[in-house]
Design a protein around this ligand. Structure first.
Ligand code: 3HC
Length: 692
């Protein structure tokens, strides 16, 4: 039929196999193959029914997203799905792996669906900034209830085969996919072919209910268009006949596909996969990991231990005292327990994982470990002492990693024999939840050691990004520029509320000052003291953050920081005490507060991040702009629908970002200089993506 679609027969049952590795995406060749197969089988008198099945690891995982940048080529998927549904012979979709997006829509065009119990189905299009475009928003509501259809389309989250069966989307769960699907096809081939009712789907929801639902979806979407438009499309299924609904769905799909949001979300999808393949790791083979020792069982260490256990590793936590070690075990148990509560694991699985955890107060816990991860207090001397012990006790080939978030690993591992085995593994807190890990290479780290860091992240279902050494690595170094600029804007006349609100409207989950208060202000304080010696003398220094900490205000945990907090609440309330401190400091520095617009806040905070990122790229700390985007998306809550700061710079135009940065640097040349790379790209309005 085509290179990717073949037809065979088992008696009177045709077996149509899609084989388009790696995930059977419906590209042109698959579409053409299916388009031709349907009428051919229709005309073949020896065939009474057809089974649609896929080779490889999964059923069709959706349309081929790589084709989205060009115009759609005939035949279109909706026409194929219609053609299949109009067939006079029954089609049975046989699902394994994941039937997603256009994959599920193709299956919904079949007259029946059978699936392995391990299969999942879903309509994840909203995560790409679009809505289902091959009938998903119109057929799903006609097969299931309004609530289930709304959830599938607006959340994009897949559901299990059992849930799909309950919802009416799957007819039977089978054990042996092909033989059982063929047997099923044989059992229904004499029955009339079932058709979807083309009338509007029935529902009890009133227009007021829909409006309320829309508001809920809009609030949750935080500026992202696709979930809201997905809801609009589902609503149409309850108001218009199928064919009109399909036309409306197509219009919304095509409109959204061209938006900046969809382009940014597609960029994020591919960037998330591309970060796993940095040039520096080409050809490097990861080592096998079985046993991990973690030094330090605080919040970070116990989070890392939890992630390592769930990745199937045997874990030892080393603490200073047995008391502290037992507390660490308690923290891991609590993390796993929350996994049970959220349905991520059973109680038996939790117990099995806890059975693989050992805690001790002796460095001999590192005996036989393939990998040791240090997660102690952020202080070079403390870390040096840990590495001295590990170097003596862990085997000479054991990989030694540090979870430092700022300090150059070489500064405290220089005495370790065989330094090629040292790397940074910078996890983000809470480490068993946050998906980002910066894998930090020192000038000596061997590629196979880095590859092992990447393999570990993958086992933990995390996303690893390669970073070179610099203060704060990729993410925290950019955060430093962001925080510094936010501090200047504050001193110059904006309030924490104005800056935070502007950044939330931009799409950040919280503004910088809410974030500082939440994280605790003492770490930044310690960092500033550490950096004092190397800070350029003419750089502007806002004393406000130091003055706050010196008052004993450490943020949420002391109920006072840039904001105040009431007992047990995380709601940031404007603080008269802080405002008085700010005003006094402005007075002491002779700063006359000026009016600062929200636009200036957003543009400045973006420009300084891109500027810092451009330096990071030029220094080779990050390989590609996309690595920076993923760090910011996955570690710092940057709105995914903006694709990351570099993608956002490309959207605005690098010339425009350069102009903003030039103005910032002209106003305060002691604090800022324009990155040469930004100057070069901006001068010609060349996008950062040209460097990916
Ligand atoms: N189109 C093109 N390439 C795709 C793709 C797709 N729909 N889905 C995955 N790929 C590529 C990935 O980019 C990756 O390529 P690489 O090896 O070169 O990096 C490769 O396939 C393997 O993907 P993963 O690394 O993600 O493999 P996993 O096994 O971890 O996950 C998956 C498999 C769950 C299917 C995951 O790839 C996924 O979620 N894919 C996207 C599914 C999706 O969004 N479908 C909807 C598409 S839009 C649509 O269908 C529109 C329709 O309504 C008209």
């Amino acid at each position: 039929m085509s290179e990717t679609v073949s037809v065979s027969k088992d008696g009177e049952i045709a077996i149509v196999t899609v084989d388009n590795p790696p995930v059977n995406a419906v590209g042109l060749s698959v579409r053409q193959g299916l388009w031709d197969a349907i009428p051919a089988l229709e005309a073949d008198d020896s065939v009474r029914a057809a089974v649609l099945i896929c080779a490889g690891r999964t059923f069709i995982a959706g349309a081929d997203i790589r084709e989205f940048d060009g115009g759609a080529l005939d035949p279109w998927l909706p026409e194929i799905v219609d053609r299949m549904h109009a067939s006079t012979k029954p089609w049975v979709a046989a699902i394994h792996g994941t039937a997603l997006g256009g994959g599920l829509e193709t299956a919904l065009g079949a007259h029946y669906r059978v699936a392995l119990a391990s299969a999942k189905v879903g309509l994840p299009e909203v995560a790409l900034g679009i809505i289902p475009g091959a009938g998903g928003t119109q057929r799903t509501p006609r097969l299931t209830c309004a609530a289930a259809a709304v959830k599938l389309v607006t959340s994009g989250a897949p559901i299990s085969a059992a849930e799909a069966q309950d919802a009416g989307l799957i007819d039977r769960i089978v054990d042996d996919l092909l033989p059982d699907a063929v047997a099923f096809a044989r059992s229904i081939m004499d029955q009339p072919v079932p058709r979807l009712d083309p009338a509007p789907a029935p529902t009890d929801l009133t227009p007021a209910d829909w409006d309320e639902l829309r508001q809920t979806v809009q609030k949750k979407a935080k500026g992202q268009l696709s979930p809201v438009r997905g809801l609009d499309a589902v609503r149409i299924a309850f108001e218009l006949p199928l064919s009109e609904g399909m036309d409306r769905e197509r219009d919304i799909f095509l409109e959204l596909k061209e938006t900046d949001q969809s382009k940014a979300l597609r960029h994020a999808f591919f960037a998330e996969r591309a970060v796993a393949k940095p040039a520096a790791l080409k050809g490097a083979k990861p080592r096998q990991l079985e046993r991990v020792a973690i030094v330090g069982g605080g919040l970070m260490g116990s989070g890392i231990a939890t992630a390592a256990l769930t990745a199937g590793l045997i874990v030892t936590i080393i603490e200073q005292t047995m008391d502290a070690a037992e507390q660490a075990k308690g923290r891991v148990a609590a993390n796993l327990e929350s996994g049970v509560r959220k349905g991520r694991m059973s109680e038996d699985q939790r117990d099995a994982l806890l059975g693989k955890l050992r805690v001790t107060n002796s460095y001999h816990g590192a005996d036989g470990a393939d990998l040791c991860i240090e997660a102690v207090f952020e202080d070079a001397d403390t870390k040096r002492a840990v590495f001295e012990q590990l170097a003596q006790i862990a085997g000479p080939d054991a990989i030694l990693a540090t979870n430092t978030s700022y300090i150059d690993p070489v500064s405290f591992t220089d005495a370790v024999p065989n330094p090629g085995r040292v790397m940074g593994l910078h996890f983000f807190s809470p480490a068993h939840i946050m998906r980002l890990v910066e894998v930090v290479r020192t000038p000596q780290t061997e590629p196979e050691v880095l590859a092992t860091g990447f393999a570990l992240a993958k086992k933990m279902r995390k996303v690893a990004v390669l970073s070179g050494v610099c203060d704060g690595f990729i993410g925290n170094r950019i955060l430093g520029a962001y925080g510094r600029m936010a501090g200047y804007l504050l001193e110059d006349g904006a309030s924490p509320q104005q800056i935070d609100a502007a950044m939330k409207r931009f799409g950040m989950p919280m503004g910088p000052f809410e974030m500082f208060d939440m994280a605790g202000l003492q770490i930044g304080y310690a960092n500033r003291k550490r950096e004092a010696a190397t800070r350029p003398a003419d750089q502007r220094y806002s004393r406000v953050p130091d003055l706050i900490v010196e008052q004993g205000w450490l943020g949420q945990k002391t109920k006072q920081g840039y904001y105040r907090y009431e007992d047990g609440s995380r709601t940031a309330i404007p603080s008269e005490e802080f405002n008085a401190l700010l005003e006094a400091e402005r007075g002491a520095r002779n700063i006359t507060p000026r009016d600062i617009s929200d636009e200036e806040i957003v543009a400045s905070l973006h420009a300084v991040q891109v500027n810092e990122a451009a330096m990071i790229l030029a220094e080779g700390v990050a390989e590609r702009p996309l690595d920076i985007d993923i760090v910011k998306l996955m570690g710092y809550g940057y709105p995914r629908w903006r694709g990351g700061p570099m993608m956002e710079a490309d959207r605005l135009g690098t010339d425009r970002v350069l102009a903003t940065m030039q103005q910032i640097a002209e106003t305060d040349p002691g604090s800022w200089s324009v990155a040469p790379l930004l100057s070069r790209l901006g001068a010609e309005a060349t996008p950062f993506s040209s460097l990916n």
